[in-house]
Design a protein around this ligand. Structure first.
Ligand code: N01
Length: 551
């Protein structure tokens, strides 16, 4: 029921869920084909991930000249990135600039969380309901709610008893946190933990890192933007962006590897890894040889190189061994980039605790206690414990249809055994609902903004195509969906990715189905497939016309 304060539902062509990089580009692109659109954003500002993740050291692990929109040549020429990798405040500033420059804010409704989305088959229309009870009707719905936007605090017992303050990396206070003089505990050593640990260590009286799984991290080699590099990059921008479309990660400029790591003599191989290590960045390293992500023996050489770097950096041998990952091949979990991460463990005020062998039993008023009984006194606890990735944001919305071949469908039920999509773009049984960079798409394995633009362009073209052909409904066939899911799994199974307990697999959420969610066949292959599907009259989709009946 609509709230009394919102008696008349707003009528749109497209309702967009999310006001991050994807939602904002969707407003711009869909407006350009004459559609009435509006984005609904839970935060009090635009920016999505970059609005929420304000923890110390938060910055992108893709270089700034790449990690930016390409849709407007003047924008990419004008914007000046001060550093090789953008910091969270810098990226948020950029996103706000884009919102102003393209007049996007008038179609963003902030402080508004979408609670449900119901498709009425007779009216051929989605009705979205917000947390204040407002209803919005739209022919199409674009889910741009993010892949890492549902923060997860593990279910530790007695957290409410803790007398100190606790924080999650993805819900960081806007005013910042001063850890000076405090005993701080950080739980989690993924990308967020690895970035914040060196900076918290500089402030805190003592920092204890609670590590369950060691992660590989490479030096970012961040620094001020080199002016010559910026000049050449900008001179070649359009060509570089086009070239990026023909690469697996949607980033151009890395020489394509030509041989297996096993075909290089030890000395040559170590020299290659050393050069990549000195250069900084993860793509360059994983792209050193053709088979680092598909051949375990090849990967072992790259993994061992980094383990040896950790051993030579961290002075305490036991700590070094704990930090050296041995349970997964390098690159099969998101490879971290850091500034002084391993060096931080040489500080006298930092200690590492292995909570794999001795798990956290519960939180106490004064800190936390491990299963063995060991107790730690803490003034603050930071959860760098990740997100309900890829499906969390959509599962939090009650998405359903009012009718269908088997009665109404419920997205949570449809995805009970793991997410099902066709091309990561649409879900069978949920007409006119598009997903941006969702499960089944390569999004999270690429330069994300390139994927966002590619997805949104495809969606805009599809809606435009429908309009031009007097059609008003699109949905994938169940067969196209199951074939795609099969293909996504087959491709993943031909790689080393499934060997890691990663958020790609849903492994970080107890009870979540273990299904490999991203498409790891590469952005280039994926884009080609999407283009072919469209060129062949939206192969695998059913496109129809429905009479509109007033509700
Ligand atoms: O989260 P994570 P994140 N007890 O899920 C541990 C992107 N990102 O926020 O591995 C103890 O990677 C967990 O341990 P385990 C990027 O795509 C990008 O760091 O499950 N520990 C792990 O160590 C990234 O991959 C950037 O055994 C527990 C950690 O918490 C993604 O976001 C920066 C635990 C969670 O790591 C997520 O990164 C930041 C428990 N009960 C993030 N539960 C950049 O662009 C969980 N953990 C650089």
């Amino acid at each position: 029921m609509p709230d009394a304060s919102h008696p008349t539902p707003r009528q749109l062509d497209v309702a967009i869920v999310g006001g991050g990089l994807a939602g904002l580009y969707a407003i711009h692109r869909l407006r350009s084909i004459g559609l009435k659109v509006r984005a609904y954003e839970a935060g009090s500002g635009v920016g999505g991930t970059w609005f929420w993740n304000r923890y110390p050291g938060a910055r992108c692990d893709v270089e700034s000249l790449e990690y930016s929109y390409s849709f407007d040549e003047q924008l990419q020429q004008d914007w000046k990135w001060p550093e090789r990798y953008g910091t969270q405040p810098e990226i948020l500033k950029y996103i706000n600039h884009v919102a102003d420059r393209f007049d996007l804010r008038r179609d963003v409704q902030l402080n508004t969380r979408i609670k449900s989305a119901l498709f009425d088959g007779k009216a051929n229309e989605w009705t979205l309901t917000t947390d204040s009870g407002e209803q919005v009707r739209a022919r199409y719905c674009v889910m741009a709610a993010g892949n890492l936007s549902t923060p997860r605090v593990p279910d530790f017992k007695r957290l409410k008893d803790f007398r100190g303050k606790w924080y999650h990396s993805g819900l960081w206070p806007h005013e910042g946190v001063d850890f000076s003089g405090l005993k701080v505990g950080v739980i989690g050593t993924g990308s967020s933990g690895v970035q914040m640990i060196p900076l918290i260590a500089e402030q805190a009286k003592h920092l204890t890192v609670f590590q369950r799984t060691a992660n590989f991290s490479l030096p970012a080699r961040n620094g001020p933007m080199e002016l010559e590099r910026e000049r050449t990059h900008k001179a070649e921008y359009p060509a570089r962006r086009r070239a990026a479309h023909d690469t697996p990660f949607a980033i151009a400029g890395y020489p394509k590897p030509t041989k297996s790591a096993l075909d290089a003599p030890d000395e040559e191989r170590n020299a290659a890894y050393e050069a990549k290590w000195q250069e900084g960045g993860s793509i360059s390293y994983l792209y050193a040889y053709t088979d680092l992500l598909v051949n375990k023996a090849s990967n072992d050489t790259a993994s061992e190189f980094v383990r040896n770097k950790i051993r030579s950096t961290v002075k305490d041998r036991q700590t070094a061994e704990l930090l050296a990952p041995k349970d997964h091949p390098i690159g099969t979990k998101r490879l971290c980039l850091d500034t002084n991460y391993y060096e931080t463990y040489n500080r006298p005020n930092v200690s590492l605790v292995d909570v794999r062998s001795d798990p956290i039993e519960h939180i106490t008023a004064a800190g936390l206690r491990l299963k063995s009984g060991a107790a730690f006194e803490l003034d603050a606890i930071v959860f760098a414990t990740g997100f309900d990735a890829m499906t969390g944001a959509l599962r939090e919305i009650d998405v359903r249809t009012s009718d269908g071949p088997n009665g109404g469908a419920v997205l949570r039920d449809h995805w009970e055994g793991g997410p099902l999509t066709y091309l990561g773009l649409m879900v069978a049984g949920f007409p006119n609902m598009f997903v941006v960079t969702g499960p089944g798409s390569p999004g999270v394995k690429t330069q994300m903004i390139a994927s966002i633009e590619q997805h949104v362009d495809w969606i805009a073209d599809a809606i435009d195509h429908l309009g031009k052909h007097q059609l008003d409904r699109i949905e994938p066939t169940p067969k196209a969906e199951s074939d795609w899911v099969h293909h996504v799994n087959q491709v993943a199974d031909s790689t080393l990715y499934p060997l890691a307990n990663s958020w790609y697999m849903g492994a970080n959420i107890p009870g979540k189905p273990r299904v490999f969610m991203p498409y790891v066949g590469g952005f280039d292959r994926y884009k080609k497939r999407c283009d072919e599907v469209a060129a062949h009259g939206y192969e695998g989709f059913s496109l129809t016309r429905h009479a509109i009946v007033d509700a």
